[in-house]
Design a protein around this ligand. Sequence first.
Ligand SMILES: [Zn+2]
Ligand SMILES: [Zn+2]
Length: 378
Amino acid sequence: MATKRDYYEVLGVERTASSTEIRSAYRRLAARYHPDVNPGDHTAEEQFKEINEAHEVLSSAEKRQIYDQFGHAGPPGGLGGAEGFGVGDIFDMFFGAGGGRAGGAERTRQQATQGADLRYDLEITLEEAAFGAEKTLKLSRLEACEHCDGSGARPGTSLQGCPACHGTGQVRHVQNTILGSFATVTPCARCRGEGRIITDPCPACHGQGRLRRSADHDIQVPAGVDTGTRLVDQGQGDAGLRGGPPGDLYIVIYVQPHPHLTRRGHDVIHEAKVTYAQAALGDTFEVPILGGREKLTIPEGTQPGATFRLRGRGLPDVNGRTHDRGDELVVIHLQVPTHLTDEQRRLLKELAAASGEKLHPDERGLFEKVKDAFTGKA
Ligand SMILES: [Zn+2]
Ligand SMILES: [Zn+2]
């Protein structure tokens, strides 16, 4: 390791310089040696790094104090602390006297961040819930930038070890008290805990390593799902950061109401309206079922509220615990006509008389008479 220049010398300030003087010296020098201003100039790049490192230390009161006391070499021998670590180690983390302390594997782990899980609310019909369906989801998610392979660095350049934390992603602050030295560990602010910094960002993703993309994603909705069923598609969420694993995609099912069928567990219910004649004489008619229509025969003398079961016309168990589908239950409702023709009225009266009923249909209530007066029927 080359001998390090004194940080005050690097920034060209006095040892007694105020924080304002240090900041303005840093800004002036950083502007002069910035890689954007000196493309391809390796010396300028090294100086730029040196300036940043010096500023990193001298702009922090705590770090500056330790540096003033011990210089680059760090404090002699471990002073010991409450947790039994040597201050020399801490010093290494601040100033990198040991260089490359963190191993490659450790660095990778610290930088790699799992992508976020995504939630997709999917509306399907009751038929799709019953038989399963193939659906194409329109996703908007972060995908790895193919230009830089997700690194965020301009292709051909590499990430630099963060000078502030020397690749550990963490900084320790030491407090000396009469009880001993205490250390607190916080994520490095410079590299946001990633341990490495991008000096030359990828132009496609601006150093993010990921780009928001819309993607068509095909999924298979299994038969038997219900509102609130959550399907998980592993690895289909946002891409991870710096090689981290992707998040998962959660698909939350919402089954739309069906115009003729109501779901009850694995069964569906259909409310069928029949006339007095159909119920009394019996009839065969079509009822809606999942995915079509089917003939239902009701016997003579069917009562309102009677229920007929169409076996296997319901939904399957989504977990496949049984191969039997549920049933469709047809509930019979009696439909009473609201308007009768004279012919119908006469025949119904005859029917009533034949049944021995004594009706007085003409003795309508006051309300009906008033209504008829207004509608011109009276
Ligand atoms: Zn990129
Ligand atoms: Zn850092």
